[in-house]
Write a protein that binds this ligand. Structure first.
Ligand code: ADP
Ligand code: MG
Length: 251
């Protein structure tokens, strides 16, 4: 008789799950019944025109704004509903915003180490490792003003990933950068995110960026997710004319 190896259990608990989020400002609903989930190692892009509710959705997940209705789970654990709320700093969620600047008075090394509570030697090793992987090892003792915009952005990515967040939320992180730099930084960012295995929610209004970076795109309009799926499914089979028009400037 042959022994049967135990069947490996597929871990299907999403890193992040949101269920039925709603948010109104002054009686106007700007996020309506938004639900989705993201697995470890997956990059999901929340894509839609300016004002459609992307940043509001992201802020509720970060815990700096609160939904009127709906639930948020990290690793299957409830972190927020309308009565229960884990504070932002205890959500194991990293943030990277366009205007989330580096601390000007701290060196590159100290910026990256900022959120780390590890002992000094481990902290230094993590900082050196991350800076090497964003090709900035030679700038470790420099200050932010000595770096280009693209280099500062890579330091900001290293800083966001240093504490090994379960989830990284990125809100239009590349929109302040020179057009010529963006594709390189997108590719470099993506490879680091994949190596780290972080679950990522990336907010953008640029279809090109979502097509380049996403495993899954959630197309948002007027506070709702109108279509979700793999980039080429949305591109090849847009849900309606407006979705088709939105993707039409990609070549
Ligand atoms: P996006 O990030 O997709 O551009 P936002 O989530 O920032 O959109 O905003 C969605 C809508 O909600 C916009 O009409 C915006 O003006 C409004 N809004 C966002 N935050 C507030 C607020 N704190 N008070 C009032 N209105 C807000
Ligand atoms: Mg926004």
């Amino acid at each position: 008789m042959t022994a049967t190896a135990p069947t490996p259990r597929l871990d299907v608990t999403p890193r992040l799950e949101v269920q039925g989020l709603f948010r109104s400002f002054e009686g106007r609903e700007v996020v309506r019944d938004v639900s989705f989930s993201i697995q470890a190692g997956q990059v999901t892009c929340l894509l839609g025109p300016s004002g459609c509710g992307k940043s509001t959705t992201l802020r509720m997940i970060a815990g700096v704004d609160m939904q009127d209705r709906g639930k948020i789970f990290v690793d299957g654990q409830l972190i927020c509903d309308t009565v229960f709320r884990v504070p932002p700093e205890r959500r194991a969620i990293g943030l990277m915003f366009q205007d989330f600047a580096l601390f000007p008075h701290l060196s590159v090394a100290d910026n990256v180490a900022f959120g780390l509570s590890d002992p000094a030697r481990e902290k230094r090793a993590r900082v050196e490792d991350l800076l090497a992987r964003v090709h900035l090892a030679h700038h470790i003792d420099h200050f932010p003003h000595e770096l280009s915009g693209g280099e500062q952005q890579r330091v900001a990515l290293a800083r966001a990933l240093a504490p090994r967040p379960r989830i990284l939320l990125m809100d239009e992180p590349f929109s302040g950068l020179d057009e010529r730099l963006r594709d390189d930084i997108r590719d470099e960012t993506l490879s680091l995110l994949k190596e780290e295995g972080t679950a990522v929610l990336l907010v953008t209004h640029e279809p090109q960026e979502a097509m380049r970076m996403a495993d899954e795109i959630l197309l948002m309009r007027g506070g709702r997710i109108v279509q979700g799926g793999a980039p080429y499914n949305l591109y090849n089979a847009p849900v309606d004319r407006a979705a088709a028009a939105f993707f039409s400037d990609i070549n």
